[in-house]
Design a protein around this ligand. Structure first.
Ligand code: ATP
Ligand code: MG
Length: 435
């Protein structure tokens, strides 16, 4: 059989010394997994994985700098030059426990056996030192035809490890594929097994989907698969329904297709929640059930809250009131979050904005122009206020400082001690007159 020869990209070529050393000692060693798939597709390679007939303890003996990352699974991390490579012994997996983990792994001596345990044909190819493609399951042909196909019987493969279903949806999205008919049928048949997958793993996959080049495709297939209905920790009903509805709805499509204009993954997430009209408690519960970190949740919930308040402000409000609300948002959430919200609406325009579209340019100008956003920057202190007005300290101080901050931020007052104290004095007089 004619073997296809590929030129090894730089990122893989730098790992050749590792392969050579194993080969010198009469072991087989090849590149496997995502790096082979991405080389075939002429895409940038992320991590370079190596499979070998050497046992882990033999690998450890051959390399000075290595870390016994997962010896029971056969994995040793070898450091070479400036990079780290995972070197894993050819292995077969035993019966699977609870639809996720094999009970044990068995080291074997044949590469084909190792490729057979891998999830999809495009992930079950290997590349030799000379660039020869070893492809017993016709991954290349599937890639050429744009098909994602399980290695072997999809029913068995998804039952063994339910996470593969989510991986399937991610690859379909990211690599612009369609699932083979039998793989998709099996996925639908066994999607209820998602309940065996730890939510942390689910989030890791969803994050990769969202960070990819075509997140909207991944989202589309996630919705179409119904996988979200069967998670270990259910998302709020409202969120699942919103996803389902968006899947059948061109409008959401329009904003989803612009997601890749946003660089940061969390802004993409926030944009999705905004497009699904999720906010407040249901948004927070959704993010919590997916095990987002507290910090990430805070960022996204703040952005959603800015969104809601800005949309409210835009209803029948004149420009000064919109500006006032915007400056209040900047002071409350900070310039960074306000800027991130603006980045999202700019990227997704005009989908999310209702009455706000016409104001977006000005919101930008106002954000740029704002010269003071925190009490720290205010050129007057609480102590100076009490001394100047000769008043007892009390809760009024922080209230007035914030009022002064707002006035300064709006540009109604210069941020100068004299001007700020005079303003405070006039409020003081007003109050005394009212009493
Ligand atoms: P990515 O670009 O996300 O890194 P990848 O295919 O490299 O994609 P990894 O999780 O890094 O994914 O796994 C490396 C390889 O290990 C895969 O290409 C595949 O051959 C195999 N593999 C990973 N996870 C599974 C799984 N759940 N079931 C079977 N094989 C798997
Ligand atoms: Mg990888």
């Amino acid at each position: 059989m004619n073997q296809l020869k590929l030129t090894l990209p730089e990122s893989i070529a730098t790992a050749l010394p590792v392969l050579k050393r194993l080969r010198e000692h009469q072991f087989e060693a090849v590149f496997v997994g995502g790096c082979v798939r991405d080389t075939v597709l002429d895409l940038p390679v992320k991590d370079v994985d190596i499979a070998t007939s050497a046992r882990p303890e033999q690998v450890l003996e051959l390399f000075e700098r290595c870390i016994p990352t997962g010896l029971q699974h056969g994995t040793v991390t070898v450091l070479s030059g400036k990079s780290a490579y995972e070197v894993t012994t050819y292995r077969r997996e035993s019966k699977y426990e609870t639809h996720r983990r094999p009970e044990s792994v068995q080291f074997i001596s044949s590469l084909e056996g190792d490729l057979q345990r891998r999830d999809f044909t495009m992930n079950a190819m290997a590349l030799t030192e000379e660039g020869g493609l070893i492809d017993p399951f016709k991954g290349l042909e599937d890639l050429k035809n744009g098909v994602l196909r399980c290695v072997g019987d999809p029913n068995a493969r998804f039952q063994e490890d339910a996470l593969r279903m989510l991986r399937a949806v991610r690859f379909i999205g990211a690599y612009n594929l369609r699932p083979s008919q039998s793989s998709w049928q099996a996925l639908i048949r066994y999607r209820k097994l998602m309940k065996y997958i730890a939510m942390e793993r689910v989030l890791a996959e969803l994050d990769k989907m969202m960070a990819g080049k075509t997140p909207e495709r991944a989202l589309y297939f996630t919705a179409a698969s119904g996988l979200l209905h069967y998670l270990k920790e259910p998302m709020p009903e409202e969120a699942v329904l919103a996803v389902d509805e968006a899947y059948g709805n061109r409008c959401a499509d329009e904003s989803f297709s612009k997601l890749n204009r946003l660089k940061e993954t969390d802004l993409r997430w926030a944009a999705v929640l905004m497009s699904l009209s999720l906010a407040g408690d249901s948004a927070e519960q959704t993010l919590q059930s997916l095990r987002f970190s507290k910090l990430r949740i805070k960022t996204m919930i703040s952005i959603l809250s800015i969104h809601k308040q800005m949309l409210d402000a835009a209803i029948n409000k004149d420009e000064p009131s919109i500006r006032l609300r915007w400056v209040e948002m900047i002071l409350m959430y900070g310039k960074k979050l306000a800027g991130q919200w603006l980045e999202i609406v700019n990227a997704l325009q005009p989908s999310l904005l209702n009455g706000l579209n016409v104001h977006v340019r000005r919101l930008e100008d106002w954000l740029d122009a704002i010269s003071i956003t925190t009490l720290k920057q205010l050129h007057v202190s609480g102590r100076e206020l009490t001394e100047h007005l000769d008043r007892e300290s009390g809760p009024w101080i922080s209230e007035w400082l914030n009022r002064l901050l707002l006035e300064a931020a709006l540009g109604h007052l210069p941020n100068e001690k004299q001007a700020l104290l005079e303003q405070a004095e006039s409020w003081d007089k007003e109050e005394t007159n009212h009493e």
